[in-house]
Design a protein around this ligand. Structure first.
Ligand code: TZP
Ligand code: MG
Length: 222
């Protein structure tokens, strides 16, 4: 497997759906299917929170989400769980600052995509040194989807980190909705990562289409 090209990754980060069973009122694999039809370009399986699935049930759901992603040619990233990513042969892993260290994850996943959550220029500097393929930066706005979220950053952290890492694929996360997409992209992100803007709506396909349309509009003017 060759290392991922930054240009491909930037395109995949355009509309990045982060999803687990706790975020959905119906089967998460069904929501993924609808969201991809609406324009989602990459998916992260993030099985966390109260009543999160574990063991065989977690693997089963991940396998069904992977099948949907493969059918549509959309990459699947697994949050935190390197063993699961390797067992599934997923496209990558996303880790935070408190997870298994990036160097160690990189050794285990080879050229699969390594995403890292960063909150400051210093975390970004270390992340780039440790060969993260992309940065997730946030929470840009207040979020209802992560109980232990860091303080809201606005777009300032995105701007700072973009200023220091011109070529790095970067995605903004946290409270992003279609009407806030332009601020996030104008601050330097290549795309947006969302949970509730897609999973907490009755029609995931329609929600993804609205986000996708907003993104295409602002990205074409950059
Ligand atoms: N990391 C920072 S904010 C967040 C994560 C996983 C939650 C994003 O969810 P939402 O519903 O799009 O605010
Ligand atoms: Mg984590």
């Amino acid at each position: 497997m060759k290392p991922v090209e930054a240009a491909d990754l930037k395109a995949w980060l355009k509309l990045y759906l982060v999803i687990g069973s706790a975020n959905c009122r119906k089967d998460a694999a069904e929501v993924v299917e609808e969201a991809i039809r609406g324009g989602v370009t990459m998916v992260q399986f993030r099985e966390k929170g109260r009543n999160a699935l574990e063991g065989a049930a977690k693997r089963e759901l991940a396998g069904r989400i992977l099948a949907v992603c493969r059918k549509h040619g959309v990459p699947l990233i697994v949050n935190d769980d390197v063993d699961l990513a390797l067992a599934l042969d997923a496209d990558g892993v996303h880790i935070g600052q408190e997870d298994e260290p990036a160097e160690q994850v990189r050794k285990r996943i080879g050229n699969r995509i390594l995403g890292l959550s960063v909150h400051s220029p210093e975390e970004a500097r270390l992340g780039a040194e440790r060969h993260a393929d992309y940065f997730g930066v946030g929470p840009v706005f207040p979020t209802v989807s992560k109980e232990d979220a860091r303080p809201v950053q606005g777009t300032a952290a995105l701007r700072n980190i973009r200023g220091m890492h011109a070529a790095m694929p970067i995605v903004g996360i946290g409270g992003i909705t279609a009407d806030r997409v332009h601020e996030v992209i104008q601050a330097g992100a290549d795309g947006v990562a969302v949970i509730s803007a897609i999973t907490h709506t009755p029609d995931a396909c329609h929600a993804a289409m609205e986000l996708s349309r907003a993104l295409t509009g602002v990205l074409s003017k950059r």
